[in-house]
Design a binder for this molecule. Structure first.
Ligand code: UD1
Ligand code: UDP
Length: 373
């Protein structure tokens, strides 16, 4: 029987909470884990929305977010705060998911304190240090410092092996986002946004730092042009609260009757919106994983992706933050049924909904030296 282990689960932003929720809930069901939850609150409202939905209450909340925060300020504030937490909490293992500043700094401070760090969603790479920025560098640094690498796919495992990570420390688990998606979709919620059910819905999200400025303006101009040219479609765009996004989106997209701009939706509402959508336009990472599982074509507003599996399966298409390509690819899907059907196939390269279970078994093995029964 495994003695109690103190497991500190760290969450900072919306996608981290969505992807850590199944792990936290499954760990709480074990007899051996004493689960502690640390919210850095790198995101405030977006994080709180997800934690409330999954009924997760942080034990510690650093409330670190500041409006329009710079990477350096965020990194500095996290370093000092996380050092104090590690000293007080004395965890046996720390877990975090993904490639945000919260995750990279958590891995670094664990290294300074010599605490084992388990990386959920390990091994994603574009191979280009500048795209996505700063996440590609965050992932590489985090990977270098991790003791356990929970890789969502075989491709991610191979990426880690190429960087010299030992095979014994990599466990291919599937992506926990599919666990969350399946948990959430079981309880559908209504979407009360006044959408016109007779029009085909295009759901949009965008927030990447490398798209700030003229690439993001180009994305918005393409959306406006598509709405002008196609009277049978409507756009729903829940705006990310980053002011670099909100201000430009309001300037270019407001005042059109078939472009609905709204506050960020909670995860249950967003899953309903994905289910109702005909096409998704996004630069998000998580949506590239979720939408294919719901048989929805995704046009990615980026030139590169660390999630090649769905692109290879032909259900995700990279169009970049590029006016012409966004319009051409969207209109092809709207007007050519064969192209649409080829992309709307329901492919799930990212998991089967049991990733959290595999993570917990691997942690047990790490602590006991034996595979979990
Ligand atoms: C961050 C992550 C990115 C991740 C994304 C998920 C970094 C560097 N970036 O990007 O990898 O894909 O989260 O959404 O780690 N804001 C609010 N309320 C919120 C959240 C954000 O007002 O609940 C505003 C604030 O002004 C904040 C700004 O958005 O300063 C930027 O937040 P930040 O976490 O630095 O970057 P994101 O672009 O959200
Ligand atoms: N999402 C949400 N509400 C929204 C927009 C997105 O709950 O209004 C979910 C979405 O389903 C996905 C995650 O948020 O699981 C993606 O987060 P984001 O785009 O902020 O970050 P990324 O995935 O790019 O890191």
């Amino acid at each position: 029987m495994l003695s109690k282990k103190r497991i500190l689960c760290v969450v900072g932003t919306r996608p981290e909470a969505i992807k850590m929720a199944p792990v936290i809930l499954a760990l709480k069901d074990t007899s051996w884990a004493q689960v502690r939850i640390l919210a850095t609150a790198q995101h405030r409202e977006l994080l709180d929305q997800v934690l409330a939905l999954f009924g997760i209450k942080p034990d510690i909340d650093l409330n670190i977010m500041q409006s329009n925060q710079s990477l350096a300020e965020l990194t500095g504030r996290l370093a000092i705060a996380l050092q104090d937490i590690m000293v007080n909490e004395k965890p046996d293992m720390v877990l975090a998911q993904g490639d945000t500043t919260t995750v990279m700094m958590t891995a670094l401070i664990c290294f300074y304190r010599q605490v084992p760090f388990g990386h959920v969603e390990a091994g994603l790479r574009t191979g280009n240090r500048l795209f996505p920025f700063p996440e590609e560098a965050n992932r590489v640094i985090t990977g270098y410092l991790s003791h356990l690498h929970f890789a969502p796919t075989e491709t991610a495992r191979v990426n880690l092996l190429k960087e010299g990570v030992s095979d014994d420390s990599i466990i291919v688990t599937g992506n926990t986002v599919i666990d969350s998606l399946f948990l959430t979709i079981r309880k559908p919620v209504p979407l009360d946004l006044g959408l016109d059910k007779t029009k085909r819905l295009i759901l949009v999200t965008a927030h990447r730092r490398e798209n700030f400025g003229s690439p993001f303006r180009e994305i918005c101009r393409a959306i406006r042009e598509l709405a002008e040219r196609n009277p049978d479609i409507q756009f729903l765009y829940p705006l990310h609260p980053n002011p670099n996004i909100t201000d430009v989106a309001q300037e270019i997209l407001s005042g059109h009757s078939r472009i609905v701009l709204c506050e960020p939706l909670n995860y249950a509402e967003f899953v309903s919106a994905m289910n109702q959508a005909y096409i998704l336009l996004t630069d998000s990472g998580g949506i590239q994983e979720e939408a294919p599982a719901l048989a929805k074509p995704v046009l990615v507003l980026r030139d590169e992706t660390e999630r090649p599996e769905a692109v290879e399966a032909g259900v995700v298409n990279l169009v970049g933050p590029n006016y012409e390509r966004i319009i051409t690819a969207t209109e092809r899907l709207l007007n050519d049924e064969k192209s649409y059907r080829e992309m709307a196939r329901g492919v799930t390269p990212y998991g089967d909904g049991h990733a959290a279970e595999r993570i917990i078994k691997a942690m047990q093995k790490f602590f006991t030296g034996r595979p979990a029964a």
